[in-house]
Every structure is written in C-alpha cells, then in structure tokens.
Design a protein around this ligand. Structure first.
Ligand code: NAD
Length: 268
C-alpha cells in the first residue's frame, strides 16, 4: 500500500457507521418505512426530526427513538407545500441547531389505474407527493448544508418501479419514482462541490398501507413475487443497513447511486 494513500486507524474505521452527534430529518416518519428508518438511524446514534402530515401518527416513533436514548421531535409538514417545508426546516434549526441527514420517505402510490383511463388529477397527486415533495425537502436540506459550510447527506426513496414498467397500473407511481431516481443523480452532480452526498434507496415491495391494494389481490402478489429472485417481500429492517450506510461517513465517496434493496428484482 502506498505511503501517500491516507488511511484511517482501525479505531477510526470502527466508527464509519457512527451517527452520534448527527441530526436526521425523516419525512413520512409516521409511516411504516419512515418509522423503521428513524429507529434504525437512532440505533446508530442520530437524533431525529420526524416530519409527516400529522403529528399524532409519529407518537410511537418519538417514544421509541427517545427510549433508544436519542432526541426526537414530530412536526406536521405537507411535503408538497413550499411554505410548510421551509417552516419545518426553520423549526429543525431552532430545535437542533443544525441538520446533517435528510431522508425523504413520504410518498404515495395513489390509486393504480389503467393508463388509458387514468384520472389526471389522481396522476398529479402522486407526482406532487413523490416528486415535488422529494425535491422541496432535498432543496431546503441542501440550502442548510451550503449555509453550514458544506457536507451533508440526502437519501431519497425510489422504487424498482422507477426502473421497470409493470402491468399493474403504475403510470403515475412508476413515472414518479423514475423522476426521483433522476432527481437524485441531478442533485448529486450539482452538489458534489459542496461535499453533499445524494443517494437513493430503491425497494421492491414490502407490506404497508401503501401496498394494501396489491396484497389484497392474489394474482398481483403472484406477479410481484415471480419478479423477485429471492421470492419474498422485503422486511422493514432490510432497509436499515442501506440507510445507515448512506447517512454515515462510510459512504462519503458515494453519490448519485440508486441502491436497490429488492431481493434481486432488477438484477435480471
Ligand atoms: N411499500 C412498498 O412496497 C414500497 C416499495 C417501494 C417504495 N416505497 C416507498 O417507500 C416510502 C414509504 O412508503 P410506506 O410503504 O412506508 O408507506 P406508508 O403509507 O406507511 O408511509 C407513507 C407516509 O408518507 C406520509 N405522507 C404522504 N403524503 C404526505 C405529504 N404530502 N406530506 C407529508 N407526509 C406525507 C404519510 O402520512 C405516511 O406516513 C414511499 O416513498 C414509497 O413510495 C414503498
């Protein structure tokens, strides 16, 4: 190994996933994946600012994060609303003094419909929450990171549906997640000069209110499982490792990546 290649000590290496002293905003923190990621980030030491449409749905998350020994807040935010996101970010700075990690989990599947009769207002609602909402949260996090002198992590949530079409009426959802993937790469490219890492986690399927419509349809479940080489839906903790990695110093040289956590769904 070259003498000129800087290397961490073993003690430093053991801390590359450490999140103590970091403040993470997690949107959709009252939802299934959002709550699980708050818990996972807190397990590695991060304080959590939870954002969701209503505060009461984040009560369990706040209690759980506090029981781990980290600080947690819950703020009502509509991620599609510029003023709401801006005000929530100001609140984070008041409450915690800084922000280091933004995880944009808030999302909707909307009502899946055949493309030829898709209601355009329903289509737009999905685009608003998934694309506009992701952009606004990333934008205000990025602005803070720049003010703080650079550095910071943005983790978006994409989907296998952002890579591949599906027979099940995904003209809005799939399109919105494809946009989230490209937005991730765009922000990564623009913000590399500020040492801001922007990456995306792309899940296949896991069972939540968002996928209830699929779970109730045995034919659809069969189609989904046939497309996942590992043959099962994800468990919530399958996403924690990816999120902690992308939130921590371990991924400081990784940006613009869409990390599939999908049982092999996009592998072939
Ligand atoms: N469940 C899956 O199989 C699956 C697969 C791939 C990607 N995803 C993505 O994972 C993310 C989380 O989904 P989930 O399955 O945990 O669903 P969920 O319904 O449990 O959680 C979604 C959360 O987003 C919040 N939300 C919706 N609109 C909002 C708004 N305008 N402002 C603030 N918050 C809002 C909801 O209140 C809810 O708490 C979504 O982005 C989803 O697209 C889910």
């Amino acid at each position: 190994m070259s003498e000129e290649t800087p290397r961490k000590s073993v003690e430093e290496l053991k801390k590359i996933f450490d999140l103590h002293g970091k403040v993470a905003v997690v949107t959709g923190a009252g939802g299934t994946l959002g709550h699980a990621l708050c818990r996972g980030l807190a397990a590695f030491g991060a304080d959590i600012a939870g954002w969701d449409i209503k505060t009461d749905i984040m009560a369990d998350m706040v209690a759980e994060v506090q029981s781990i020994g980290c600080k947690a807040t819950a703020t009502a935010v509509d991620v599609t609303n510029d003023e709401s996101v801006k005000a929530a970010m100001e609140q984070v700075i008041k409450d915690f003094g800084k922000v280091n990690i933004m995880v944009t989990v808030a999302g909707t599947a909307g009502n899946r419909q055949p493309a030829e009769t898709f209601d355009i207002n329903e289509w737009q609602k999905v685009m608003d929450v998934n694309v506009r909402g992701t952009f606004l949260c990333a934008k205000y996090a990025g602005a803070e990171y720049v003010k703080q002198g650079g550095g910071g992590k943005v983790i978006t949530i994409g989907s296998v549906r952002g890579f591949l079409g599906h027979p099940g009426g995904y003209a809005a959802y799939g399109t919105s997640k494809g946009a989230v993937h490209l937005l991730t790469k765009q922000l990564a490219t623009e913000w590399a000069k500020y040492k801001i890492n922007v990456n995306c986690i792309a899940p296949s399927i896991f069972w939540t209110p968002l996928t209830e419509q699929v779970r109730r349809d045995p034919e659809m479940v069969k189609i989904f499982m046939a497309r996942i080489p590992m043959g099962r839906a994800a468990e919530l903790d399958d996403f924690v490792g990816a999120c902690v990695y992308l939130a921590s110093p371990a991924s400081d040289y990784v940006t613009g990546v869409i990390l599939s956590v999908d049982g092999g769904a996009v592998a072939g």
